[in-house]
Every structure is written in structure tokens, then in C-alpha cells.
Design a protein around this ligand. Sequence first.
Ligand SMILES: C[S@@+](CC[C@H](N)C(=O)[O-])C[C@H]1O[C@@H](n2cnc3c(N)ncnc32)[C@H](O)[C@@H]1O
Length: 250
Amino acid sequence: MTNSNEMAVGSRESLKFVEAALGAQKGLKILEVGPGSGELASALQQMRHGILVVEPSAGFAEVCQCRGLDTLVEPWPTKLPSRDFDAVLFVRSLHHIGDLSAAISAAHEVLRAGGILILDDFDFKNVPANTRVWFFRCLKRLEKRGFKFSSESFPGQLLATDNEFGCWTRSHDHIHEYELMEQEIAAQFEVLHVAEVAYFYRYIESGLAGLRDGKRIEIGLEILRGEQDAVSSNKIKWLGRRLVAQKALA
Ligand SMILES: C[S@@+](CC[C@H](N)C(=O)[O-])C[C@H]1O[C@@H](n2cnc3c(N)ncnc32)[C@H](O)[C@@H]1O
């Protein structure tokens, strides 16, 4: 069984959010769309919820299966026989799904009346210049301390370019904007809760190359705290967004 202290900081933070959204009830029927390596889904399964994951990447799907997760290796939206899920989760996955409206309709279709859609994502479009500069300086400080980022990661790309703002735009131009996701959800669900949260630490935690997990978690926590402090002292704005929405009861 995974100890939550061994989870990536990003997954741990998502788990706290999802647990709060689900409430105290156990044995819920949950669908996670785009679980990646399935760390969050696996933690929810260990808490005695019933989990199905839908993951189109064969590599990620295999990791999910190895964790013992019931896994459909397909892109969302897809047809499911069940229409009685208590919750559908999209953690940093909805922004990748081409037909947003179809993705949200399909989630609506598989939820029971009163079931909830949970979104954990980020708003890359509305990031002020000083916030981007703060992130870039953070990366530079980590680089000076000897940390390396994989070349395909967003931090790795930012550090390798002489046009940071151009790189920011290019690396996010193929994904949906948060505002659009919220609008589409609000068109089909009742939005119960929206929050702004930390997110930059997730880029750093997942982009760090060649680190053992314990060190990666340590740096992830350090950056998360730094990000929270920088927002509290009004130096930067939150990048992360979280939303909970409910399907009508009747
Ligand atoms: C940034 S990763 C997030 C993974 C994980 N949820 C996390 O937060 O660590 C995006 C995930 O969305 C998945 N994805 C992309 N397009 C998808 C689609 N059409 N249907 C379902 N999942 C999709 C990817 O394969 C990947 O697992």
C-alpha cells in the first residue's frame, strides 16, 4: 500500500482536493479520465472506492494496470455501459481533449443524477508577466544549485530558450484555455466550487531529471511552499484552478 508521503507532491495535493470534494462516503464509483501513471486513482482505490480509469497512452495504461487499476486503453470520450458513476475526475487531462463539449457531455452521461465532475487544471493564459518572471528565476536558482530538467519538460524548454515568453505561448498553444473549460462545464452542470491554487511546483516536480523520488518530493514541497508564500505576499498570482460541478438531481 502506498504511503501518501511517498506520493508526488502534485498527486498528494490533488488527492486532498478530491477527498474534500467527495466527502466522507466510501465505496463510491469513480471514473478518472487521463490518470497518467495512476498515482491518484490508486490512492483512491486503496481508500475503498471503486475506480475505472480511461487512459489512451499505452505506456501509462500499462503502469495503471500494474497498480491493479481497472483500465480502459482508449481516448475519452468513449462509450461506457455504466451510467451510475458518483464522480468523474479530470486532473490535468481535460485541456488535452480535442472536443471539449463532447468530453464534458460524455462525463455528464455516465454520472448518476447528483454525481460530481471534479476538475484540477491550470490557467496558463492569464499569467501576469511578474509571475512568469518569478517562475523563470526559480528555475534559474534550481539550475545554479545543480538540478537538471529533462529537455522535453516545460522547465527544460524554458531554460534552453532566449525567448521565454515565446516559449511559454508555444508550449501551451495546443491545449484548451481554463476559461473555456469552465464555460463548457457551466453549460451542462451546476458549478459548486471554484478555487485558485499553486501549480508551478508541478512543472518543476515532473520536469526534474535523474533524481530519486525522495529528493524530487523534497524539491516539490520546497517550491510549493515558495509559491504559496509568493502569492501570500502578493508577488505572484495563482496558476492552478480547481472546480467541482454537479449534475442536476432530477
Ligand atoms: C499532463 S498528463 C496528467 C496525468 C495525471 N492526471 C497527472 O495529473 O499526473 C495528461 C494525461 O491526459 C491523458 N490524455 C490525453 N488525451 C486524452 C484523452 N483524449 N482521453 C483521456 N486521456 C487523455 C494523457 O495520456 C495523460 O495521461
